[in-house]
Design a protein around this ligand. Structure first.
Ligand code: UDX
Ligand code: ADP
Length: 475
């Protein structure tokens, strides 16, 4: 049995940081080292003030406090930590390619490739390499071939590798809970000894029947498929939300009715402003690219429509806001509540709020954004202010010719607003004093609730017009 006493994780991001924190917490005898090329990020992981950690996840700060500098270390010492490790996790970013072959769909593997090269160069003895980043199917092959050439060069030094796929299914906002109590842990590989070594780590806190062994390609494809199925459910329910609005039905009632069918299940049936997050779109486009590559065009079209529906749905919301505000939002103040792609995270990657705010600014609106966890700098980057951008055209076109935006961490932003648009389901938005706010807004004014979190009776009692996603009952 291969014994693992020292782990190195390349990539201290949303996946690497929390995953390694939980491994360190549950395996006190293993030394866990998280390394990153980004010095600022590592500084934040080592910040004494736990509020400054680069990733916000409920329960994470407590683990960092317990384990940091005990058996959990964050550093930029990539070479040294790879050298000392028995097991290396690759947990680096794999965004969609912007240029070249497969642009717009395939994943950009340059960071994975670079990590594999670092492992090939710096490791010593036998090393188990675990791919943790979400990757296109057959990426393990790329990693294997880089490592194999290093094995050949280093035959005399006794350097050897096994590659495993161990995709992460954690969702942001519940990362610690998902890591501590996963539905399953997937270990893909072709070497039983290496697979057992990883199994031994997880089985310290995960029951054995939840740890599944598969071949490496099934493991990679299972991860893409899980995300594609989840995203598909959201596009499905969002498409039905539009039907509800048109027909007088209520999407919450429809969700409840179909969710009680045990074959369908009740989770992931909340209509919202469209799915965001770093995974869904990227993973589906990966699947589309793969299907096209194998000449499976119908399969590619099927999955691509899930992303197309999501884009359409986001656009539908911004158009609807303009239409309800008498066809123009030029110079009108709109308060946007929530910028994160969902509650309980500071992550804004692919957040529906980005496109919706851009579209409204494009129409000349003055946007006031509030979010309890996202910072102003992040929003500035996401809105790409000063740069040029247009959703529908390949050639760039200026945005926010007339529109402006402001950010506020406090709630004192409703004066003279024409509308409040709710895009993230933060708890603090669930009990807003609508009567008080209504008095400060322009009359007539609107609440657009894209997350179904307001109490409609209270909003209407406050003399505000209300639109809720998928609510056709007021027709
Ligand atoms: C997802 C997968 O859930 C996770 O297993 C995988 O490892 C990474 O991708 P994440 O992106 O963190 O996790 O968030 P998730 O909770 O899945 O939500 C994704 C998006 O769908 C969010 O924008 C969320 O608001 C939206 N959503 C989710 C809905 O609109 N309705 C729902 O019912 C559920
Ligand atoms: P994820 O959501 O998959 O965790 P992130 O973008 O949050 O993705 O984190 C990935 C991290 O990987 C980043 O902090 C990035 O700096 C780091 N990284 C990328 N390439 C390398 C590399 N070759 N060596 C070390 N760290 C790397």
């Amino acid at each position: 049995m291969i014994k693992v006493a020292n782990i190195c994780c390349i990539g201290a991001g949303y996946v690497g940081g929390p995953t390694m924190a939980v491994i360190a917490d549950r395996c006190p005898k293993i030394d866990v080292n998280v390394v990153d090329i980004d010095e600022e990020r590592i500084k934040k992981w080592n910040d004494k003030d736990l509020k400054n950690l680069p990733v916000y996840e409920p329960g994470l700060a407590e683990i960092i406090e317990r384990c940091r500098n005990v058996n959990l270390h964050f550093s930029n010492s990539i070479k040294e930590k790879i050298h000392d490790a028995d097991m290396v996790f690759i947990s680096v970013n794999t965004p969609t390619k912007k240029k070249g072959l497969g642009a717009g769909k395939a994943s950009d593997l340059r960071w994975v490739e670079e990590s594999a090269r670092q492992v090939a160069k710096f490791s010593s003895g036998h090393t188990i390499v675990v791919e943790k980043s979400t990757l296109p199917v057959r990426t393990a092959e790329v990693i294997q071939s880089i490592l194999r050439s290093s094995e050949e060069d280093n035959e005399l030094n006794g350097i050897s590798f096994n590659v495993l796929s161990n995709p992460e299914f954690l969702a942001e906002g519940t990362a610690i809970k998902d890591l501590e109590n996963p539905d399953r842990v997937l270990i893909g590989g072709d070497n039983l000894e290496a697979m057992n070594a990883l199994h031994a780590i997880y089985s310290r806190w995960v029951s054995k029947e939840k740890i599944l062994f598969t071949n490496i390609w099934s493991s990679e494809l299972a991860k893409l498929t899980a995300n594609a199925f989840l995203a598909q459910r959201i596009s499905s329910i969002n498409s039905i939300a539009a039907m509800c609005e048109a027909t007088g039905a209520d999407v919450r009632e429809v969700s409840r009715a179909i969710g009680t069918d045990s074959r369908i299940g009740s989770k992931f049936l909340d209509s919202g402003p469209g799915f965001g997050g770093s995974c869904f779109k990227k993973d589906i486009l990966n699947l589309v690219y793969l299907a096209e590559y194998f000449g499976l065009n119908e399969v590619a079209n099927f999955w691509e429509s899930v992303v197309n529906l999501n884009n359409w749905h986001q656009n539908r919301i911004s158009k609807l806001v303009v239409k309800k505000l008498f066809g123009t939002v030029t110079g009108k103040k709109i308060v946007v509540l929530g910028f994160a792609f969902k509650a309980n995270t500071n992550d804004t990657r692919e957040s529906a709020a980005i496109q919706i705010c851009k579209d409204l600014m494009d129409e000349g609106a003055e946007i006031w954004i509030h979010d309890p966890k996202v910072n102003k700098l992040q929003i500035e980057k996401d809105l790409n202010i000063g740069k040029i951008y247009n959703r529908d055209s390949e050639e760039n076109k200026p945005i926010n010719k007339n529109g402006r935006w402001q950010f506020s961490k406090n709630f004192d932003i409703f004066d003279n607003a024409h509308a409040v648009l709710m895009l993230t389901e933060w708890d603090e938005y669930k009990n807003i004093d609508w009567e008080g706010i209504s008095k400060r807004m322009v009359n007539p004014s609107w609440v657009f609730d894209a997350r179904s979190i307001v109490d409609p009776i209270k909003v209407k009692k406050a003399n505000l017009n209300l639109w809720r996603v998928g609510d056709g009952t007021s027709k």
